[in-house]
Ligand binder design. Structure first.
Ligand code: SF4
Ligand code: SF4
Length: 138
């Protein structure tokens, strides 16, 4: 949750019932470990501290919300995965209960394309799933 507020969000895409970014990442300001819901997650979805949520939350959007070149299949609420940029690093967080969907052709091709671009700029793509961490090799 380190991305700055984008100038524009992709029209037609919304978070809806998704709350992956409130569950999958570690969030230091709340002492929230990875892969556990934030203590402010509402039981029916949403945030019980929405009006007072910190900048860490206010400023964050995953790439699906900010990059229209990321195909619709990457909707985190459908794929169980969220991508976000952090400097020269691209991070893919994967719900531990969805298996390894990034290995499917439709996702792998997109990751390969992005990893190739990152490598040419000295960056890399890291995948986190539960306790597993790996650098995407294509
Ligand atoms: S992971 Fe993306 S789509 Fe899901 S709630 Fe966060 S910003 Fe919205
Ligand atoms: S404070 Fe709200 S928006 Fe921020 S991580 Fe917790 S539930 Fe999500």
């Amino acid at each position: 949750m380190m991305q700055s507020v984008p100038k524009a969000l992709v029209p037609g895409r919304s978070c809806g019932s998704c709350s992956l970014c409130c569950v999958l990442p570690e969030i230091e300001v709340f002492d929230k470990p990875a892969n556990e819901p934030c203590r402010h997650c509402a039981s029916g979805g949403g945030c019980t501290a929405y009006a007072d949520r910190p900048a860490t939350c206010r400023d964050f959007y995953c790439l699906w919300r900010t990059d229209e070149s990321l195909p619709d299949a990457w909707d985190p609420s459908q794929s169980g995965m969220m991508l976000y940029a952090q400097g020269a690093q691209l991070t893919l967080l994967v719900s531990p209960d969805v298996g390894e969907p990034w290995r499917e052709d439709r996702y792998r091709a997109e990751l390969s394309r992005r990893a190739e671009m990152l490598t040419s700029r000295g960056g890399y793509l890291v995948i986190y799933r539960g306790d597993e961490v790996s650098v995407f090799k294509g």
